[in-house]
Design a protein around this ligand. Structure first.
Ligand code: MG
Length: 307
């Protein structure tokens, strides 16, 4: 199997939550936590990297599924770059955050409203905006398409969005929307990091890239701090990106050069890792991402295979 690269075992697994570890936010989490538990016990680092906040991971009670000792090896990178958690004494704590201050958050809100107005004015293209996130806004590009409880990208959404952009005369497509976000951000003096999963254009100042970099750094630091322990074969040099697997369901390219939110897990720091996409959606992935498909079942089978 490609994912074990011969007999080498991964020492850390970074993974998306909705659509990768669980089917939807309300689906039971027991299958996922049962697959995670033995790995945490063995000292393998598990890192949940999700755009959502902690209340939406296992109903805000992920720690109840594990022992204090198992939790030492669990990390959460949430809010698309905003919050990075480790566990101490069985409780989560934020060890790093990238929350915008109130002034910056207000600018993000204004930027998104400007984007919404420009699309409406210039192209008659209607959007909705979700303002309630602590660090970014979600611009709903297809308010007419309801996802219900399934919050991840649906197979036909890409085509629907492309058709809609075309119909409204937005010839530059998604690239044009990203540029618009960048331009409006610039007017407010903010370097925005927009992402798009076909239904939502999300605009904030951080992304999953910030989560994985901060957590990999933290694991390396912690590992170096207690090098003698040699947990899961960790040596003095600490854990390297090449020891890590990264799993998600939104790597697919929406357009040439624009990839989904999980592609942000690929950074300068993590690029030597192994990347896997469980999505069934066809399309181009970033170079090096293995498209294995199979959804949640496929990812959980991978965790089980690591025991
Ligand atoms: Mg997902």
């Amino acid at each position: 199997m490609e994912e074990t690269r011969g007999d080498r075992k991964y020492k850390a697994v970074f993974f998306d939550w909705d659509g990768t570890a669980v089917l939807s936010r309300r689906a039971p989490v027991e299958k996922a936590t049962a697959a995670m538990k033995p790995l945490l016990r063995q000292g393998i680092k598990l890192v949940i990297v999700s755009g959502t906040t902690i209340e939406n991971i296992a109903g805000g009670r992920i720690e109840e599924h594990f022992t204090k000792q198992e939790l030492e090896n669990l990390y959460l990178g949430l809010g698309r770059g905003a919050f990075d958690y480790a566990f101490r004494d069985g409780k989560p704590y934020v060890f790093h955050d990238m929350l915008p201050d109130p002034d910056c958050l207000e600018k993000i809100h204004r930027i998104c409203f400007e984007i919404h107005m420009e699309l409406k004015r210039e192209y008659g293209f209607d959007t909705d905006i979700v303002f309630s996130r602590p660090n970014y806004c979600k611009i709903d590009l297809m308010p007419e398409a309801l996802r219900g409880d399934n919050l991840f990208m649906q197979a036909d959404e890409l085509e629907l969005l492309k058709e809609k952009l075309c119909r409204h005369g937005i010839g530059s497509g998604l690239q044009g929307l990203m540029e618009l976000a960048g331009r409006v951000g610039g007017q407010y003096g903010i370097r925005v990091k927009p992402t798009c999963d076909a239904k939502y254009l999300e605009v904030g100042i951080s992304s999953k890239s910030d989560n994985v970099d901060a957590i990999l750094g933290k694991i390396q630091e912690d590992g170096n701090g207690r090098a003698e322990e040699d947990t899961a074969g960790m040596k003095e040099s600490g854990l390297q990106a090449a020891d890590c697997a990264f799993w998600g369901d939104e790597f697919v390219g929406i357009e040439e050069g624009i990839f989904g939110s999980d592609s942000f897990m690929i950074t300068e720091m993590t690029r030597d890792g192994a990347f896997f996409d469980v999505s069934e959606v066809s399309g181009k992935r970033p170079d090096g991402v293995v498209h294995c498909g199979g959804g949640v079942e496929r990812f959980l089978a991978f965790l089980h295979s690591m025991q």
